[in-house]
Design a protein around this ligand. Structure first.
Ligand code: ATP
Ligand code: MG
Length: 317
């Protein structure tokens, strides 16, 4: 790793597309080697753009990025030799079989025929596609295609694997399967994985660290546990009638309230203990003339973190 403990390091990464779209507005990323890092963000946040720059497919407008210790603009060849990538959109040739897909990819990257054959056998086993290996890809399900793409990304034994939305559109069972492969790659092969996702549970359950990206900026970053703990132990979600702003202001003044925001018709109050504070919060609402119609206690999620930092729900649609 060229003496660097970071597999990926960016500073002030900026990307302006033609038509004056500011896709990245200064992204700083530090991904430790041998870790799983999730870039979590809503549609259009800049996830794919970040990945395109890190994999040398696009050039930054400003800022710098190092991958495996090499500069993505000045040393793109060195970077490419050490990475694998799978894209958000399937880019498989539907007329090839699964095995051919892997063989051709390996040959393209200059591996010998014998090495390609051995590796494709091993990888087809890893992603459990042995039985379907000699069927054409156009007969594969969505989950099988994703697994094949994962295997293809691994043909060149990359130090760092980039996965753009690795489980997009998959059912829960297939998603859990992909997560298991990703965890194994980190644990058994010592790889670094940078994945993008707009699934909060994926980031929460899979990643060692999460960077939440919105409008081309990393708005907060840390271990999932640390991010969630900042929210308080529990979140009270309240629906009711009355002066919400007055209620929110009063709540924020209480020492046990970590944060209080309003979004999509609900008031969200992060507290140190939901069960202990429920009565106090109901009392407080009464004092400010706010009539509670419904209240629930839940453990905070990364969605609550996003809401607190941006003032918006993760999904606004
Ligand atoms: N080639 C391009 N030309 C112009 N604008 C682009 C281009 N690619 C992306 N953008 C814009 O840049 C912003 C970031 O896009 P990007 O694809 O990086 O987001 P994303 O986080 O990957 O979103 P999604 O979750 O939908 O995949 C968006 O506003 C998008 O419209
Ligand atoms: Mg994308």
């Amino acid at each position: 790793m060229e003496g660097s403990k970071h597999a990926i390091l960016t500073q002030g990464l900026t990307k302006r597309y033609a038509g004056d779209v500011l896709a990245l507005a200064g992204v700083d990323l530090a991904v430790p080697a041998n870790s799983i890092y999730a870039l979590l963000g809503p549609n259009g946040a800049g996830k794919t753009t970040t990945l395109s720059i890190l994999t040398t497919l696009a050039k930054p407008t400003a800022g710098t990025a190092e991958v495996a210790g090499f500069d993505v603009v000045r040393q793109p060849g060195e970077v490419r030799r050490r990475i694998g990538v799978t894209f958000q959109e399937t880019v498989l040739d539907m007329d090839l079989t699964g095995r051919q897909t892997l063989l051709y990819h390996g040959r393209l990257y200059g591996l010998s025929k014998a090495v390609c054959e051995k590796k494709s056998r091993d990888l087809l086993a890893l992603v459990e596609l042995e039985v379907a290996a000699d069927r054409r890809v156009n007969t594969y399900s969505g989950g099988m295609k994703r697994r094949l793409e994962l295997a293809r990304g691994l043909m060149t034994e990359p130090e760092i694997l980039f996965l753009d939305e690795p489980t997009l559109g998959l059912d829960p069972q297939n998603r859990a399967g992909i997560w298991a492969y990703i965890r194994d790659l980190r644990a058994e092969r010592g790889m670094t994985l940078l994945l993008t996702t707009h699934y909060m549970d994926e980031a929460e359950q899979l990643a060692d660290r999460v960077g939440i990206i919105d409008n081309g900026r990393i708005i907060t970053e840390g271990t999932p546990q640390h991010l969630v703990e900042q929210m308080g132990a529990d979140v009270l979600r309240i629906h009711g009638q009355g002066d919400e702003l007055m209620f929110l202001d009063a709540a924020r003044e209480r020492p046990f309230v970590e944060n209080a925001v309003r979004a999509n018709g609900l008031i969200h109050i992060g507290v140190d203990s939901g069960n202990k504070r429920l009565v106090e919060v109901v009392q407080l609402a009464g004092d400010t003339g706010f009539v509670i119609e419904d209240i629930s206690v839940a453990k905070p999620s990364l969605g609550d973190v996003f809401l607190q930092v941006t003032g918006r729900q993760f999904r606004d649609e």
